[in-house]
Design a protein around this ligand. Structure first.
Ligand code: PLP
Length: 414
C-alpha cells in the first residue's frame, strides 16, 4: 500500500535511500501536480481574465474552478470564496491590513467593531511568525493592542482563569487569529472556546490552516471560521500560491490591499474604483501555472484524505512509543489531539548538530526555531529538531530516525 503511494512521487526514485521527514516545511509533489504545472507552461500558457480568445477563456475557467475547490476544501459556509495569494504569509498580511483599516466597513458582520472600548487582537504564544508579525506591523499605528494566549512547557494552550473576561474588562477583542495545528509540536489545539467567544462577542475568527489543511480539514470546516489562510505547497501543491478563504459579502466590504491591473473597475487621474471580491484583492498577473497545480493538489488531497488520516494515526502511535523510549525530550506528547509532527531535543546536543548528523544518515529533518520564537521561549529551548511525517512515510522511516538519533547520541557520548 505504502509502496503504491510512493510510486506516485518522483522524489523517491530521484533520491534513493533518503528519508524525508520535513513535510511540515513543504510536502512532496505527486506526479499529477507536476503534470498540471507542465500542462499550463507547455500547452496552455496564456494569461487569464484579459483575453477574449478561447484559450484565455479556458485558462480563466480552470483558475475559477480551482478557486471554488480551494474554498470548498475548508469551508461549507454559503458565499465562501477564495482570494489567491502568494501563500499563508501573504494572506495574513492582507488580513492584518484590511481588518485593522478604518476604510473597511464590516461592523454589520462583526459587532465587536462598534464597541467604544480600546480594540484588541488575540493571538497565542504558539503562533508562527506569519500570524504575529503582520498584526504587529499594523496594530500600534492603528490603535490595536495584541494579547497572547500563554502556552505551557509542552506547547498546550494554558490561559489563566478568567483570561477572556479579564481582557474584555478593558478591551474589545475584534480579531482572534489562531493556528489550528502547531508546526512545531503537531498539536491540534482546541479552538472551540475561542470560536464560541468570537461568535458571542461579534469578533472576527481566523484560522491559520497552513498545517491543519492536510491533517484536519474537517475540523477547520466544523469550526466555521470567518477566514482561513493556507498555502498550496504544504498540501502537495507548488510554492508561490495560497489562499485567503472568506465570505464574499464580508470581503466586498474590506479595504483593498495592493493596487494595480486586474483589480480595478475604472481608473481616473484622481482616483480609481475597484472590482468586487475576490478580484479586488488580486492585483497583477496571478501564478496561473501554480494555480493549475493547486487544483490537482486539492483533488489528490481530497481523494487521499482517509489514507492520510489512517497513516497519521498509525505513524503517530508507533513514533510516540519509539521516540519516548529513545531517551530524548519530545515536546507535545501530553496533548489530547496531534498528528505526527515531532519536535525533540537530545539533551546536551544543539538542534543544528542533530540535524547535520541526521543528514549524514540521509535523514532530512528541520532544525531551528521553526518561525516560532515565542513558542521556543515557552518550551524553554532556543531551538529543536523537528521530524514531520506524511502519508508517504512508513514505520521504517520511524525506525531509521530512531537509529539516526542513536548515532547522534553515540557521537556526542550521550
Ligand atoms: N503558519 C504555519 C502554522 C506554518 O507552519 C507556516 C509555514 O511553515 C506558515 C504559517 C507560513 O506559510 P508560508 O511560508 O507558506 O507562507
Amino acid at each position: 500500500m505504502q509502496k503504491d503511494i510512493r510510486a506516485g512521487f518522483p522524489f523517491f526514485p530521484a533520491n534513493p535511500g533518503i528519508v524525508y521527514l520535513d513535510s511540515a516545511a513543504t510536502s512532496l509533489k505527486p506526479q499529477g501536480v507536476i503534470d498540471a504545472l507542465t500542462k499550463y507552461n507547455a500547452r496552455e500558457s496564456v494569461n487569464i481574465h484579459r483575453g477574449v480568445y478561447r484559450l484565455s477563456q479556458r485558462a480563466t475557467d480552470t483558475v475559477e474552478t480551482v478557486r471554488k475547490k480551494a474554498a470548498e476544501f475548508v469551508s461549507d459556509a454559503a458565499e465562501s470564496t477564495a482570494v489567491f495569494t502568494k501563500g499563508t504569509t501573504d494572506s495574513f498580511n492582507l488580513l492584518a491590513h484590511t481588518l485593522t483599516s478604518a476604510k473597511s466597513d464590516i461592523k454589520d458582520f462583526f459587532p465587536a467593531y462598534t464597541s467604544a472600548k480600546p480594540a484588541a487582537i488575540l493571538l497565542s504564544d504558539s503562533e508562527h511568525h506569519a500570524n504575529i508579525v503582520p498584526w504587529q506591523i499594523f496594530a500600534a499605528e492603528r490603535g490595536y493592542k495584541i494579547f497572547f494566549i500563554p502556552v505551557d512547557g509542552d506547547g498546550n494552550f494554558a490561559p489563566p482563569e478568567n483570561f477572556l473576561e479579564d481582557i474584555s474588562a478593558s478591551h474589545t477583542v475584534r480579531i482572534i487569529s489562531l493556528s489550528l495545528q502547531s508546526n512545531v509540536t503537531g498539536i491540534i489545539h482546541d479552538l472551540a472556546p475561542y470560536r464560541t467567544f468570537a461568535a458571542e462577542t461579534g469578533a472576527v475568527f481566523i484560522i491559520d490552516a497552513a498545517q491543519a489543511v492536510i491533517h484536519a480539514p474537517e475540523t477547520i470546516k466544523a469550526l466555521n471560521p470567518d477566514f482561513v489562510c493556507y498555502s498550496a505547497h504544504k498540501l502537495f501543491g507548488a510554492t508561490g500560491v495560497g489562499v485567503l478563504v472568506g465570505r464574499k459579502p464580508v470581503l466586498d466590504n474590506c479595504d483593498v490591499y495592493q493596487g494595480g491591473g486586474g483589480m480595478i473597475a475604472l481608473v481616473e487621474r484622481e482616483k480609481s474604483t475597484y472590482l468586487e471580491a475576490p478580484a479586488k484583492f488580486e492585483a497583477g498577473t496571478q501564478a496561473v501555472g501554480e494555480i493549475y497545480a493547486f487544483g490537482a493538489a486539492l483533488d489528490f488531497a481530497g481523494e487521499n484524505q482517509s489514507a492520510i488520516h489512517s497513516t497519521d494515526n498509525d505513524l503517530r502511535h508507533y513514533a510516540d512509543e519509539r521516540l519516548q523510549a529513545a531517551g530524548i525530550r519530545v515536546f507535545g506528547l501530553s496533548a489530547k489531539s496531534r498528528s505526527p509532527i515531532y519536535s525533540f531535543e537530545i539533551p546536551g546536543v544543539h538542534a543544528h548538530d542533530t540535524g547535520t548528523l541526521l543528514d549524514e544518515q540521509d535523514i532530512c529533518v528541520r532544525a531551528g526555531h521553526h518561525c516560532c520564537q515565542l513558542l521556543m521561549r515557552s518550551l524553554g529551548v532556543p531551538a529543536t529538531a523537528r521530524a514531520s511525517f506524511l502519508f508517504y512515510n512508513t514505520r521504517d522511516d520511524v525506525d531509521r530516525l530512531i537509529d539516526g538519533i542513536g548515532y547522534v547520541k553515540k557521537i556526542f557520548r550521550k
